[in-house]
Design a protein around this ligand. Structure first.
Ligand SMILES: Cc1cc2nc3c(=O)[nH]c(=O)nc-3n(C[C@H](O)[C@H](O)[C@H](O)COP(=O)(O)OP(=O)(O)OC[C@H]3O[C@@H](n4cnc5c(N)ncnc54)[C@H](O)[C@@H]3O)c2cc1C
Length: 391
């Protein structure tokens, strides 16, 4: 049986970052994935992921995203290519809404550069965008977007350069605690390791069995539209990333046109799903709904529908991440950093996962991300065998 310091199960956003960080610190690493990342079957495809600093969800994420920015700059240097496109960002909505009030809170608590703009000033700053007169915008200069497929490819290439063994189309079937290590089984082999990092995204519950926190997979659709006229209004130099709370509890977001159309999507208005049986077709009504938002807010971008792609959020009940040790087996580390907003942090989370796997103390307070906060929703662990029936 081959032995490694660490097996990483899942090589998407979190797992690829962890594999790179572990390998460059000198650990022997085996990375396993169900598909061949970067792929379009999980949570990390669609050519753009927002990164922003005035974090409306909670100020606790600001130090983490600041670290992530440092790591993205380093990754770009190591990979020799652009992975993060700075555009600035607008958090839009009513002044007392979740998005604007939350972004202002984070900006003020952490002394982040920002400006509060009224609807007229928003249009003046970004002529491609029109918001209703009851809305305001929080402008943050450091926001932009990451190219997720390129990020994952870069992390994996660098992990391999540092000696990581990466096996694709080889899903983990079972893992067993063995002494203070683990034994991991796939259809092709059995591997022993001192530590196991579980980063299986929308498949996480199946690898955790009864010990899983209450995770709900949500079907989400990303859309691309060709601007109606070639005005240049939606070029990355003139159009920032935005999030807009257009009705109470309803948010959509978008990106500039980098040649494939303006990308837009709804946030958290998808349907519960199962990763193995996800509905990947997109109904005309879903496209029509987004057309209506474009007509109101980005009228010059409301051209032909170019493409849609279905993706998955993996949500916790409080929409904060899970980054913790397994409740029964501390040699197993669990990273479910999604709830629709995890990608931007993946460079920093990879570093945290490597710290945890190698017995170093992470520099971030991980208390908000503990599994035990859902104690009532977690069934006590009864054994060491976690079998997937279909892998
Ligand atoms: C439409 C959409 C838009 C988003 N927008 C943003 C955004 O703008 N900004 C942002 O920060 N975040 C955003 N997110 C969230 C972000 O993309 C996710 O938090 C992040 O990609 C999750 O990474 P992950 O590593 O957990 O999952 P993934 O990247 O999906 O990786 C999980 C991997 O595990 C593998 N796997 C599964 N089962 C097994 C197994 N048994 N054995 C081995 N491997 C296995 C899968 O094949 C996959 O490669 C968005 C998500 C979606 C879906």
């Amino acid at each position: 049986m081959t032995s490694f310091d660490v097996v990483v199960a899942g090589l998407g956003a979190m797992g690829s970052a962890a594999a790179f960080e572990l390998a460059r610190r000198g650990a022997s690493v085996l990375g396993l994935d169900r598909f061949a990342p970067p792929h379009a079957s999980g949570s990390s495809h669609g050519r753009a992921r927002i990164i922003r600093e005035a974090y409306f969800e909670d100020p606790l994420y600001v130090p983490l995203v600041r670290r992530a920015y440092e790591r993205w700059a380093e990754l770009e240097r190591l990979a020799g290519r652009t992975l993060l496109v700075p555009t600035g960002g607008l958090m839009l909505g009513p002044p007392d809404g979740v998005v604007v009030a939350g972004a202002l809170r984070s900006a003020r608590e952490h002394g982040l550069p920002h400006e509060l703009l009224d609807a007229r000033e928003v249009h003046h700053r970004v002529p491609g965008l029109r918001v209703t007169s009851d809305m305001v915008g929080v402008w943050e200069p450091r926001a932009g977007f990451l190219v997720p497929e390129a990020v994952i490819a870069a992390h994996l290439a660098l992990a391999a350069d540092h000696g990581a063994e990466l096996r694709v189309e080889e899903p983990v079937r079972t893992w067993d605690a063995a002494g203070d290590g683990v034994v991991v089984t796939t259809a092709r082999g059995t591997y022993r390791a001192r530590r196991l990092v579980l980063a299986a995204g929308a498949w996480m519950s199946s690898l955790l069995g009864a010990a899983s926190p209450p995770l709900v997979v949500e079907r989400m659709v990303q859309h691309w539209f060709r601007p109606a006229r070639d005005t240049g209004l939606y070029a990355p130099s003139r159009f920032p990333i935005f999030l807009c709370e257009y009705a109470p509890g309803r948010t959509w977001y978008g990106f500039p046109d980098v040649g494939d159309g303006v990308k837009v999507a709804l946030h958290h208005q998808g349907e519960p799903a199962d990763a193995d049986t996800l509905r990947r077709t997109v109904a005309p009504a879903e496209i029509a709904y987004v057309h209506a938002l474009l007509r109101t807010f980005l009228p010059d971008a409301d051209g032909a529908h170019a493409e849609s792609a279905v993706c998955m959020y993996t949500n916790t009940p409080d929409e904060h991440f899970v980054v913790d040790r397994h409740p029964a087996w501390p040699q197993v580390i669990v990273a479910s950093a999604c709830s629709g907003h995890g990608f931007k942090f993946s460079s920093a989370i990879g570093e945290i996962l490597a710290d945890m796997a190698l017995g170093e103390r992470p520099t971030f307070d991980l208390a908000p991300f503990r599994i035990s906060r859902f104690a009532h929703g977690v069934v006590a662990h009864e054994g060491t065998r976690h079998r997937r029936s279909d892998a």
